[in-house]
Design a protein around this ligand. Sequence first.
Ligand code: BG6
Length: 296
Amino acid sequence: EHCKGVNGLDKVILREIRGCSAEVYLDGGQVTSWKNEFREQLLFLSSKATFKPPNAIRGGIQICFPQFGTIDSLEQHGFARNRLWSVDPDPPPFPANTSHRAFVDLILRHSEEEVKIWPHRYECRLRIALGPGGDLMLTSRIRNTNTDGKSFTFTFAYHTYFSVTDISEVRVEGLETLDYLDNLKNRERFTEQGDALTFESEVDKVYLSTPTKIAILDHDRKRTFVLRKDGLPDAVVWNPWDKKAKAMTDFGDDEYKHMLCVTAACVEKPIILKPGEEWKGRLEISAVPSSYCSGQ
Ligand code: BG6
């Protein structure tokens, strides 16, 4: 279903029979809403989000390409989240044997303007699908369409803002004992000690070579988000906490208490694509009652 969202921007709504839904803005190719069958919002979207392209929308799932962070001279987290994507009117079918799903396929290609900033031609496809149980699946395919024989190098991330009841009661499992780069300490490398991660101050860490499954336990809501990822070895954990929250104009002062970014990413080892080659990355997120999840 295509309709107009905030400020008249184009969006697509996906619905599943039991009542789960997702909303995707063509600006940024960005998921801004994901609800379960009880119509509860599972993603964080700031009440101060501006919906003014080309600024990225604060919250949801931002596509970071061709870079995550600011390693290059490009804008932070790349330009894909600032561009207008289009809907593929004739998407390739789902593989045989998969049940019917609500989905939309988006495409972003280089613009002649952009080639001046990042001198490459590419096709970036993004399939956003709601699974039968309300799981949200994002699949990206990036192809090098350069005609001058040049390879290109990029990093990528699904910058995902989860909605949590109270950040001080949240635990993240699956990242303990891993190495990480600490963005708050000049990207120095450390090793995580101890059990599940908990939060009591600003955090901005890139965990390296993580397992494919990560869990976010929201104690108060007795809900666990489970992330499963492919082609995305790293995971970025970010919460701005009070001071940084105040400094961001499109983020409420207290909103840091109700969000956590756990971002499936490929940051440490950039991907190199030769002309004609394609890279594929995938993220699947589900929200399950905690009791169901424990001990898995
Ligand atoms: C995080 C980064 O994931 O995104 C942080 O690790 C950054 O360093 C944050 O501050 C938000 O970035 P932006 O560009 O959306 O304000």
